[in-house]
Design a binder for this molecule. Sequence first.
Ligand code: CP
Length: 304
Amino acid sequence: MTTPDPLGRHLLDIESLSSADIHALLERAVELANGATPRTIHCTMANLFFEPSTRTRVSFELAASQLGMRVINIELERSSATKGEGLEDTVATLGAMGIDCLVLRHPETGRLHRLASELHSPVRLLNAGDGQGEHPSQALLDAATLAARGLDWSSLAVAIIGDIRHSRVARSGLKLFHRLGVADLRIAGPDEMLPRDFSFDGMATCTSLEEAVHNADVIMMLRVQRERMDRAGWPEPEQYHRRWGLNETHLELARPDCLVMHPGPINRGMEINAAVADGPHSLILDQVRMGVFTRMAIFEWMLN
Ligand code: CP
């Protein structure tokens, strides 16, 4: 692993991680999942979420607790943000009180990068999702879930399907799978949900769900991010499901031992049906479980 930056190491996006960091984080997450003893970290972290969350907020809290850290959950509606305090002042205030690390989710794309570039505080920032930007810890936990199964990245066919344009999970996930050397990376979704601002060499855009899942090893379904779309653009769930919802018949087109992933929260009957979400191919709850170990690995990397 690289030497920690004395000015503070943040986790804002996948690009800023070195390849050595990525491999060390995944290896450590898998070790912790297999029962390795966690380090003890005498630090305090705070969760500050400007958007709702179940998985990310709770798993960061559990991860910190497992490492012996002190955890502060800031209730946004009872905080001085409601009195007009700016985010920079809030973070400086938390830093002055001894908060070492802030797990922050914000609806504005790029807000954490802007904050980090202007930060006059030793507080380390962990991006728990910024608008349509990035969600690096989710990408790392998804990769760790696959790494725990000992898969060879260079021979995997991974299909990511659904609302990719508005998904920070997809943006971080695609970047990470590309960095890990996934050989066959495919995306598919309605035209209005395909990305306009990025693509990679070797990333293929498929025109149907059936084409995307053909011989796929990993199928990752994404929720339609209605909170980032005009109401007029919201698809009708049953209609969406008929064209872009994953069901058991689709799995017959994929590899027999294919793995189905979803970062959650899932909308059953829309992007995925219940039989697949709860079926033998599903890794959805494995992803949630691996989220705690991956976030422990992230805290160890960032703070120890
Ligand atoms: N995957 C994810 O970010 O879930 P939450 O919104 O529940 O944190």
